[in-house]
Design a protein around this ligand. Structure first.
Ligand code: NDP
Ligand code: OXD
Length: 307
């Protein structure tokens, strides 16, 4: 009964220590120092190398070290008979609420514009933007928390998901047929979808053409949701007034990428909401215990839906 932390490129000693703090009896290994591979039945993964999971003949559970699981489904050799779980926690959702509110207010109050004026020594007051309608694509654990913080700030909020939702103060739209209606009147569009074959490239030229002229895009879902060239065209044509992007097709964003220096694109380094080690350790240990006791695991991912 051994846990393997399989997160390439990250120093995982803090996570191992947090897991141990909760259960000192655990055998925890950090990839690539995995020892006897047959011991390992529970893997904590973020971007594991494709095919790697087949090295562990007794693997039962792969736990994502984040809310998203697209990095796990990216592996074309994902073993069939394993359970996949993800992190669902209030801490992630609250950070994301702050980020989305901050991105909206930054645009609304023209704070980035004023920072540029400051650099040029320009004194030029302007009216704040008045747009007040936010549409959230994705009303899951994180999306719902974001709607609460926005309705509390008196934004008009609508949302789009697969299944109907009944969230106080939120107009809910469902399914592909209602996407155009969901976004047509929104001043701010926030993508908080999981990346799946159904949602890949959803933010493309057809989508932008259906949005309200001058809408502002906030993408905190995944880079694969966005057709980057279509966004650049939509901003150039003033169909979209600008974008705040936290996630990208290639991360880190390559040096020569046009987003780095675009005056209407604000970027952050996939930091909208970062996994809190202590919170994550609690959930991971709890699920590990459930696995040992043959109980159903929390926050299981539906493999047919991909999220
Ligand atoms: P959930 O699985 O809880 O929610 C996903 C939501 O998307 C649900 O409302 C679901 O609908 C909806 N959805 C999925 N597929 C479709 C579709 N084809 N059409 C319409 N709606 C769809 O995920 P979380 O809220 O926990 O996280 C969402 C995503 O946020 C993560 O997958 C990750 O990519 C991203 N994320 C980004 C972070 C960052 O720092 N940038 C941090 C954390 C997460 P329904 O409710 O009907 O099932
Ligand atoms: C996540 C993320 O999915 O940080 O948790 O992107």
């Amino acid at each position: 009964m051994t846990i393997l932390i399989l997160i390439p490129g990250r120093d995982c000693r803090d996570l191992a220590a947090a897991l141990k703090k909760n259960d000192p009896t655990l055998d925890i290994r950090i990839w690539p120092n995995d020892g006897e591979q047959a011991d390992i039945d529970y893997i904590i993964s973020w971007n594991h190398p494709a095919g790697e999971l087949h090295n562990y003949p007794n693997l039962k559970v792969v736990a994502s070290f984040g809310a998203g699981v697209d990095h796990i489904f990216n592996d074309p050799a994902l073993p069939e008979n394993i359970t996949i779980t993800r992190l669902v926690d209030d801490c992630l959702a609250r950070q994301m609420s702050d980020y989305v509110l901050g991105a909206i207010l930054n645009h609304r109050l023209r704070l980035t514009e004023y920072r540029e004026y400051q650099g040029a020594g320009v004194w030029s007051p302007k009216e704040s933007r008045t747009g007040n309608h936010v549409c959230l694509l994705g009303l899951g654990n994180i999306g719902q928390e974001v709607t609460h913080s926005l309705t509390a700030q008196n934004f008009k909020v609508s949302g789009w998901s697969q299944n109907p939702k009944n969230i106080k103060g939120v107009t809910s739209f469902q399914g592909d047929d209602e996407l155009a209606k969901a976004i047509s009147d929104a001043d701010y569009i926030v993508c908080l979808l999981p990346l799946t074959p159904q949602t890949e490239n959803i933010l493309d030229k057809t989508f932008f053409a259906r949005a309200k002229k001058g809408a502002y895009l906030i993408n905190v879902g995944r880079g694969g949701h966005l057709n980057e060239d279509d966004l650049l065209d939509a901003i150039y044509n003033e169909q979209i007034s600008g974008a705040c992007l936290d996630v990208f097709r290639t991360e880190p964003l390559p040096d020569a990428h046009p987003f780095w220096r675009h005056p209407k694109i604000y970027i952050t380094p996939h930091s909208a909401s970062l996994t809190n080690i202590e919170q994550a350790a609690l959930q991971l240990i709890e699920n590990h215990r459930k696995m040992q006791n043959n109980q159903p695991l929390s926050n299981q991912v539906d493999r047919t839906q991909g999220y």
